[in-house]
Write a protein that binds this ligand. Structure first.
Ligand SMILES: C[C@@]1(CC(=O)O)c2cc3[nH]c(cc4nc(cc5[nH]c(cc(n2)[C@H]1CCC(=O)O)[C@@](C)(CC(=O)O)[C@@H]5CCC(=O)O)C(CC(=O)O)=C4CCC(=O)O)c(CCC(=O)O)c3CC(=O)O
Ligand SMILES: NC(=O)C1=CN([C@@H]2O[C@H](COP(=O)(O)OP(=O)(O)OC[C@H]3O[C@@H](n4cnc5c(N)ncnc54)[C@H](O)[C@@H]3O)[C@@H](O)[C@H]2O)C=CC1
Length: 271
């Protein structure tokens, strides 16, 4: 593997938040259906702009199943006029925080991209990578865990295959572990509120200690009672408690050491 300190040529990997935001998908085919699927994982509102006649069964199903999240705007997107030098379509693009095109019409796709760009609306055109503000990628999701595999437009099929390999390499406990650790972090923040400073440093060190000392499977099984114990007998005393397994192992090891010490003392020292 080559060193990964690339300068330039890559894209910014971020987890875009869509709460209280509206996203338009222009098109209702196979790729549009995948886009709806991807967006359903977020908190964004989704408008699918496509004529009913061209709506694929999968897309229609997703619209029907999620009426509060997905709205179907039954029309063919078209540019009508230009106002003050700005092209205006039969859909108000300003109503959107993000636009995705998934069309079998590259020329229309290109014009939508241009209209979005002039309005500074982030846009993805499934068929014209060169014009995209951002790309989609292969996704692995498990609760709060989100892994995206991007090849920066080079090889989408390979992205999907690498994604499958990553998914196979996971234990299946990651999502639950992240949820549990999230609860513990919130409990700690409630107990010791405040941003930054020495307290922040202490909180971070303690949380990192828990994450490093407990296995993913152990964290996935962390119940609230144990969390409270970790905080009461751990955080309050400035220590990171080991998982119960390790505590038992320590007790058994201590007991064994004591027995060995007694035997050795009796045999060789008190002879
Ligand atoms: C640039 C990008 C723009 C964007 O869509 O954001 C883009 C562009 C294009 N894809 C095309 C083709 C295919 N796309 C897939 C599959 C996926 N494509 C996805 C993303 C992306 N595709 C973005 C870059 C991703 C990256 O950086 O790696 C995935 C990962 C995520 C998703 O779409 O949600 C999803 C897999 C999801 C999964 O299974 O997990 C397959 C395979 C399949 O369907 O199984 C094929 C056929 C085989 C092949 O071509 O590889 C073509 C037509 C090319 C032509 O006409 O020849 C274009 C346009 C072009 O390249 O010109
Ligand atoms: N990025 C990616 O992962 C991939 C991209 N592609 C490209 O994405 C594009 C879309 O692919 P598919 O979804 O498979 O095509 P498709 O043919 O299944 O769907 C096209 C959709 O666009 C709709 N449409 C056409 N004109 C419209 C208009 N004026 N307004 C609103 N909706 C309109 C149709 O009704 C239909 O629902 C193609 O150009 C294809 O080359 C294809 C495969 C993967």
């Amino acid at each position: 593997m080559s060193d990964n300190k690339t300068v330039g040529g890559g894209s910014l990997l971020i987890a875009w938040q869509l709460k209280n935001k509206r996203v338009a998908i222009v098109g209702g085919g196979e790729v549009a259906s995948q886009r709806v699927d991807s967006l359903l994982a977020t908190d964004g509102q989704i408008d699918v702009i496509a004529p009913s006649s061209g709506l694929y069964a999968r897309c229609k199903k997703l619209i029907d199943e999620h009426p509060t999240r997905v709205t179907h705007i039954d029309k063919e997107f078209a540019f009508e006029d230009s106002e003050g030098g700005e092209v205006v379509g039969n859909v108000d693009l300003y109503a959107y925080d993000m636009v995705l095109t998934a069309l079998d019409d590259a020329e229309l796709s290109r014009r939508i991209v241009e209209a979005c760009r002039s309005r500074r609306i982030p846009v993805n055109a499934a068929d014209i990578p060169d014009l995209c503000d951002f790309y989609f990628g292969g996704q692995v999701r498990d609760g709060p865990l989100q892994i995206m595999v991007s090849t920066n437009g080079s090889a989408p099929r390979l992205a999907a295959m690498i994604k499958n390999k990553i998914r196979e390499g996971l234990t299946g406990y990651e999502g639950e572990a992240l949820t549990r650790v999230g609860i513990l972090r919130n409990k700690l923040k409630e107990r010791v509120p405040g941003i930054g400073g020495n307290l922040g440093k202490r909180r971070m060190k303690w949380m990192s200690g828990i994450c490093e000392r407990w296995s993913i499977e152990e964290l996935a099984k962390l119940d609230e009672e144990t969390m409270d114990r970790l905080l009461d007998s751990g955080w309050e005393k400035g220590i990171v408690l080991d998982p119960p397994r390790n505590q038992w192992t320590s007790i058994v090891s201590c007991a064994c050491l004591c027995i060995v010490a007694v035997v050795v003392t009796k045999r060789y020292v008190l002879r």
